[in-house]
Design a protein around this ligand. Sequence first.
Ligand code: NDP
Length: 304
Amino acid sequence: MARILDGKAIQQQILDELRPRIARLAALRRPPGLVAILVGDTPASQLYVASKVKTCRELGMYSEELRLPAAVSTEELLGHIRHFNERDDIDGILVQMPLPKHVDSRAVLLAIRPEKDVDGFHPFNVGQLVANAPAPRACTPAGVMELLRRSGIDPAGAEAVIVGRSDIVGKPMALLLLHAHATVTICHSKTRDLPAVCRRADILVAAMGKPAFITAEFIRPGAVVIDVGINRVTDRAEAERIARGAPAKLAAFEKNGSVLVGDVHPGDAAALAGAYTPVPGGVGPLTIAMLMANTVECAEKRLA
Ligand code: NDP
């Protein structure tokens, strides 16, 4: 039986370790402060931002949420970022991605002061990541590394295969695993014979945004399977395919008319992997934990 890597429990450990650091900062000067900027009314983005702000508040950090209409111009958004760059009580600035198409995302990322870039997306911080130098790291891949470390899984010498090459997950994930001495392969939509490449993996990371795409033929028996994907499935036939070997998924579908699934087939992961992350409750909670950790670290650096 595959071991389930419980992201919620590990999130709690990380948050508990942050509490005394937050209390120390609050006693010294003030609690760490995070602003989350949300453009438009995409339900998933609203949910992510709400959950980040809620976690901040539970930890006793200061948090602010700025909601802007989908029609906001790049210039107006940059104006808000400049304001938060100057605000002394704000240590972290988060702009929830994706932004509407007309907004120049790169200009937005560039505008955030690197020392307040708690998402680790600023080109300066990306450069620091490439050089393995200290800087805020992209939260989701950093969360995966924490999950591996705290689960006693050492990537050194392992074959790691990442499916997905986005700037926010796939690429930083590859660099972090490389720095942890894994032998890394990055796959994408043009990769030839994806199942065969994936079957080489001791550690397989799926970050594609394709519900339950990674099935048995992609998984080497005993592999560690990390499922970054978050997809909402509303089609019954698709839900039934995904529920093979994972009946709870169909029950959730019957109850809610939709079900949340990762990029990995849950039944196949449970049957074949040595260890795997469930969706929900795997990588997602770690992303939030690392955002909190990045904010505390940015505050410590600014207040030191
Ligand atoms: P993107 O859409 O930016 O990137 C998807 C990547 O997957 C691309 O590199 C694409 O290849 C690759 N891909 C897509 N289809 C295939 C295929 N059939 N075969 C091989 N490669 C393929 O997604 P993100 O990186 O932003 O997100 C990935 C998933 O992770 C999503 O489900 C997202 O919701 C989730 N996510 C979860 C987070 C969490 O906290 N758990 C945080 C962030 C994201 P190509 O480059 O060639 O197009």
